[in-house]
Ligand binder design. Sequence first.
Ligand code: SPV
Ligand code: MG
Length: 555
Amino acid sequence: MTLSLREPARPESGQGPRSKAAALKSALLSPELAFLMEAHNGLSARIVEESGFKGIWASGLSMSAALGVRDNNEASWTQVLEVLEFMADATTIPILVDGDTGYGNFNNVRRLVKKLCQRGIAGVCIEDKLFPKTNSFIGDGQPLADIDEFCGKIKAGKDSQSDPDFCLVARVEALISGWGLDEALRRADAYHRAGADGILIHSKRSTADEIFAFCKEWGNRCPVVIVPTMYHATPTERYRAAGISCVIWANHNVRAAITAMREVSRKIAASETLVGVEGGIASVKDVFELSGNPELAEAERRYLPQPGSDTAAVVLAASRGAALGELTADRPKCMIDVRGQPLLRRQISTLKDSGIRQVSVVVGYRKEAVDLPSIELVPNDAYASTGECASLALAEKRLVGPCLITYGDILFRRYILDRLLEADGDIVVVADALWRERRRIGPGMVHDHITCSRPFSAGYLDEDTVDLVRAASDLPDAAIHGEWVGLAKLSAEGAALARHELAAMRADGTLGAANMPDLFNRLVAGGHRVRVQYITGHWLDVDDAFDLAKARNFL
Ligand code: SPV
Ligand code: MG
């Protein structure tokens, strides 16, 4: 069973919805011996359920210890209630709460039971000692409650339950306090008559003899619950033979946690390293799974808008980037380091952050150096003699649904991508209106400038539609409205148009030499709208050492 902390409670199959209280009640009444395992918070409760237990003991001692306080009612009852709510939310099995003495008189018990029922707690155990209590294993002969007064608490609790199956277990401390078997039986009988659903008979002896003596005299009057912490060596078979209904393993998770936490803390403190620790403790993934992260991821897919989730990306990254000199001797420019990470890795992170899961990268020069995880590599072995359209055509099978095309040597702020993914239009290209500020003139400097249906202006609104008229690297200044940044989005329809055009280019022999602007121009010439989304900076490309320095500052 691998339920997560946040999965909702489900009724058992074949039965109608069954409350946790009903499950606890039937475990108490069943002739089978039942086991409740201690938990003290949501995580330990989850682990108890995961281990196969059918019920949880919310131990007062353990919850107090986990909160760093003593088992003397130092944690208030509402603080305990908070812990219980986390435990109940984290699990689908019933919880029997250690309610100590009921936190006061009958009136406090009434309110306690009411609140426990509201929070899906299956039952409470109250003990016949005085508030504030002390753990039964501390000291000798703690004073016991007046029998009639305690019976009043039981009645008040039973009269306050909103779930008809809620269980109230009365705990008899007479043996612990040295009053003997007769007093224990007298009290148990009174509590049973007052309406208790079960009797917890407690002992601090190292053998279970007085427990068995009690069971023999008690017979079958109502279910008997035991806590064999001190008589732990007794074989479980003997409890079955004695007709005991339920065994509580009362504090073993908090004790196990103490041992494990001490061991690891001391080891790390002494060694000042994690070497030798990792294999012996739960993995971070385990923590995520226990905390219900897979369910949250699923819910996010269901409820959060996922603009890029059905979009694939094709990254064109086949070229060397010769202007970067030695830096690209052993790797393509998409793999050059920008502040500790390859450029391409940074770009892929941005794509993934925007929900794009399928990323194909067309590689050519030093393709073996592109060793990033979770991407598909598409080799263009003729990279040295072909242009961008030939690379794109090799990734044709990714041009089916909505897709993004990006150069592998650009960095951009994530909002640019998110806006593009939300943009309308079958073919949308991103263009920087501040093209003049970026322009550098020199050998090998190529800018994909574009002419648009309207220029960017101060009054430009995102909703205004702008179409591409022409893209080229040799437009006269007067005709330039922007610079294509190397980022485009195609709808499924747009992808089909691009495939069709690439096929036409292959047929007429222009595919090999063509670059992306050629493709856009052909689409425009064919009567198709290529929409332009203006941006104003917040991106860069990396062609040479100057660009690389800018990229470092950009990050
Ligand atoms: C607890 O677990 O807090 C109990 C059981 O009350 S015992 O510590 O055995 O009293
Ligand atoms: Mg207790």
